[in-house]
Ligand binder design. Structure first.
Ligand code: BJ8
Length: 422
């Protein structure tokens, strides 16, 4: 009997279905993560966080709520965590990465919807996600059509606020974006009864920047030859960055980076130096979507970069810290978020530049472009990414998949052939 059962019941979860999910998750994690040899000791923190993902962390959220704090859920890196922190709220990323409640989801969204969307709707309808159930407000956004329309259905089941994210980067788009950031600020102030002050916003900016700096440091270090940490482990760190306490997370990642420094000084790697180095690029991989990295890393290659929102797209840019007034800091936040090179933008040429640069910095031998099936923005951009990389003689393999395990063998065959070729 789990000590958390009462908490889950109070959250109105379907306790039996939830137990089933935890069991599958635990087994999956064991196979994919605990089986690794020579892992850094600092990864124990991540193992612990993951083992308590529906336990201790949810308890912390419940304790925060008891103190009067609000929980804000998000599905996209466009939602500025800085603002949530400035009203003493806790922000958690909800994007679900597992096949769950798909049948139920397909009663409210079309079948040809990407797995990520079906997953967050399915988790809600099956009542198995304690994060979703803890939220006082969930922020949606007008990015792809799939999400935009799915939020209409989701909004009937949960309290939502939708941000309009522009689709282009002209001056008028920046004006729209600022008005949306201000509208979110008003909404958060209303929800929490707190006011965003220069002091609280400065603190929020600092906390989130520090988190991004730790991830930047990790991304630099992992690129060493031989690579000191597996791609799977870095992906896990990026995933956990969305729901862990930001200050504690930053400290843990910095101490992990200290260990990586030591490993590099000894010229130690997680795999032999001549292991083919790959970059993953494309759609975000939410917990527990570890399928493709696992396939890659059991096909004789290692992942040394993730160009995605659960990767460098979320940590690459910092908010300028020189602002003193709330207005200046809001502007700095707007500027930083407008740099996000999501495929929902048109044109989105900066993504091609960023990919070429990252491929070079990380010294990759090839790129695997990953799109979820039915994701229009990223499947379209796969063609452009391949062309951009070809200019630099970097080969690319385009993969479209979902959360099912049916195509594992077929993917493995394709990945192995690609690894052999590079
Ligand atoms: S800023 S990438 S987190 S929107 S996979 S739901 S695009 S059909 S996730 Fe994203 Fe924000 Fe952009 Fe990043 Fe639609 Fe594609 Fe599904 Fe996707």
């Amino acid at each position: 009997e789990s000590a958390y059962k009462e908490m889950w019941e109070n959250l109105n979860l379907d306790v039996a279905a939830h137990e089933g999910l935890l069991e599958v998750l635990g087994k999956f994690y064991g196979d994919i993560y605990m089986s690794q040899q020579g892992r850094l000791q600092g990864m124990e923190y991540l193992d612990f966080v993951l083992s308590e993902v529906h336990g201790l962390r949810i308890k912390e959220l419940m304790d925060a709520k008891a103190e009067g704090k609000k929980i804000i859920g998000t599905f996209c890196v466009f939602v500025p965590e800085e603002l949530s922190l400035a009203v003493e709220a806790v922000q958690v990323g909800l994007c679900a990465g597992a096949d769950a409640g798909t049948e139920a989801a397909e009663t409210v969204v079309p079948r040809n919807t990407c797995a990520l969307i079906k997953s967050f709707i399915g988790f809600k309808m099956a009542k198995i996600c304690p994060y979703t159930e803890s939220c006082d407000l969930i922020i949606g956004e007008t990015t792809c059509d799939g999400k935009k329309k799915a939020y209409e259905a989701f909004g009937e089941m949960a309290p939502m606020h939708i941000m309009e994210v522009p689709q282009r980067k002209e001056a008028s788009d920046r004006v729209l974006w600022k008005s949306e950031v201000l509208r979110l600020k008003d909404e958060l102030e209303k929800l929490t009864g707190k006011t965003v002050t220069a002091e609280s916003l400065k603190k929020g900016i600092k906390i989130v920047n520090e988190k991004r700096r730790a991830l930047q440091r990790l991304n630099k270090l992992r690129a060493a030859k031989p690579t000191p940490i597996s791609g799977r482990d870095v992906l896990l760190i990026n995933q956990v960055s969305f729901y862990d306490d930001p200050i504690r997370f930053t400290a843990s990642i910095n101490s992990l980076c200290d260990q990586i420094d030591e490993r590099i000084a000894k010229n130690e790697g997680i795999v032999p130096e001549n292991t083919p180095r790959l970059m993953l690029s494309g759609c975000p991989m939410a917990v527990p979507n570890w399928k493709l990295p696992y396939i890659i890393e059991s096909s004789g290659a290692v992942v040394v970069a993730e160009e995605s929102c659960i990767g460098t797209r979320n940590s690459r840019d910092l908010v300028d810290e020189s602002g003193e007034t709330v207005e200046e800091m809001i502007d700095a936040i707007c500027d930083r978020y407008m740099k996000i090179d999501c495929a929902c933008f048109t044109p989105n040429n900066e993504r091609m530049e960023n990919i070429k640069e990252l491929a070079k910095e990380a010294g990759v031998d090839g790129v695997i472009h990953y799109s979820l099936m039915f994701c229009q923005p990223y499947t379209h951009e796969a063609f452009k990414v391949e062309k951009a990389l070809a200019e630099k003689d970097v080969p690319m393999l385009a993969i479209e998949t979902d959360y099912s395990m049916e195509d594992v063998e077929q993917l493995k065959t394709r990945v192995e052939a690609f690894v052999e070729m590079i």
